[in-house]
Each structure stands twice: as C-alpha cells, then as structure tokens.
Design a protein around this ligand. Structure first.
Ligand code: SAM
Length: 211
C-alpha cells in the first residue's frame, strides 16, 4: 500500500509514510472487509459511512504539514484511521463523530489499540470545538457545503483547514491558510468524493438525502 499507492502518487514525507506502515488498517474496517483493508479504495464502515481511500488520507495529512507540537481537530472520526495516522505525527488529536454507534465503536478501538493522544468526542463537528481552540489545523473528512467562519475562527495564525467542499456530484479538496495578519489564502487541490457533512453548518437531509 505504502509503495504502490502512496509513494508512487507523490507522498514523500518519511514520517507520514512511516505512520502508514505502523498503523494496522485492517483493525479499522469491519471483519467482512478485512481482506480488502490495504486496497486502493474507500470501504464501508457501517451507518452508511466510509473509511477513505489510503491515498486521500495521506494527501490530507500532508496538506496540513503536521509537526510534533501540533494540536489538531478532525471533523468526521468514522473508523478512526485518519486520527490514528495523525496521532503519530502530532501532539494531540481531537476528533468528533456525529453517529453515536460509530463514535462508541471507534472510541473503543482507540482504547484497544492504545492511542492515548486521541480525544474522541460525539456531536456536531460542523461547529468545531471552541473550548479546545485554537488549533494548528482542522481536517474535515466529510463533504462540506462551505467552510463556516466559526471554524476559521478556531485556527491559529499560520493554521490550515483542509476539507472537501462541494455537492454530491462534485467536490474539490481545498486548503485555507490563516496568515499572520488574520487574512486567509485559499487553494483548490483535486477532485474528490466524500459522504456529506451534516449538522448546523453541513448539508440538510432535503438538500443531500441519506443513501
Ligand atoms: N476520517 C474517517 C476515517 O478515517 O475513517 C472517515 C470519515 S467518513 C468519510 C465521514 C464521517 O463524518 C462519517 O463518519 C460521518 O458520520 C461523519 N460526519 C458527518 N457530519 C458530521 C458532523 N457534523 N460532525 C461530526 N461527524 C460528522
């Protein structure tokens, strides 16, 4: 997976590649999909949700330029795989999942696998986590209609938000960087396909119905 899917597509950061080597992806997928855990594709994880394709997890990780002293917020815990990768590269990972059953399963998984610097929370992550802000980076791992100001306000200077933004049919992976004067730069990176971000600043059921 690391050689054929990540290095071949241009992921170069040695620490990130190493985090993928040492993270047992098969522990993050349902038993029925364990034999496909290292394939180049997203997989179902229950409740209509997915664990993202390994390359997309690596790309989003690289885009936030993780550093050992960083405090990161992930919105959309899902299986916990992205949080597990991040936890090996930064100081603390706060991760929020909206589905109660998924949250409970994944929180158990973090315990079982010994990830002590991941703080899993259940709730609407579209509002961020003001009590723990500011963050060095915020990753949204679900498709957002747009990036709410409430999240931009929870970023440190030089901090980054990486998120897929767009509709059911087309989304673009985007990165915002907060400059020292508080202004933002925006980059459009690549076409992606994610499940929807719900909640106060996410998609409504009548705009993007549940599959
Ligand atoms: N990062 C995950 C992983 O490594 O497995 C994959 C995330 S999956 C593509 C998107 C997740 O976002 C789903 O589990 C979904 O329930 C969650 N989600 C959607 N809207 C949310 C919200 N407002 N707050 C928190 N989680 C949300």
């Amino acid at each position: 997976m690391v050689k054929n899917q990540l290095e071949r597509r241009g992921i170069r950061d040695k620490q990130i590649l190493n985090a993928f080597r040492t993270t047992p992806r098969h522990e993050f997928v349902p038993a029925a999909y364990q034999n496909m855990a290292y394939q180049d594709r997203p997989l179902p994880i229950g409740d209509g949700q997915t664990i993202s394709q390994p390359y997309i997890v690596a790309l989003m990780t690289e885009l936030i330029n993780p550093e050992p002293d960083h405090k990161i917020l992930e919105i959309g815990t899902g299986s916990g795989y992205q949080a597990a990768i991040l936890s090996q590269l930064v100081k603390e990972v706060f991760t929020i999942e909206r589905h109660l059953a998924l949250f409970q399963k994944t929180a158990q998984r973090f315990k079982k696998l010994g990830y002590t610097n991941i703080h899993p929370l259940q709730g609407d992550g579209s509002q961020g986590l003001p009590d723990e802000a500011p963050f060095d980076a915020i990753l949204i791992t679900a498709a957002a209609p747009k990036i709410p100001n409430i999240l931009l306000n929870q970023l440190k200077n030089q901090g980054k938000i990486v998120a897929p933004v767009g509709e059911r049919t087309s989304q673009i992976l985007m990165r915002w960087t907060k400059q020292a004067d508080g202004s933002l730069t925006k980059e459009q990176l690549s076409a992606v396909a994610f499940v929807p971000l719900r909640g106060e600043y996410g998609w409504l059921e009548n705009e993007w119905p549940e599959d």
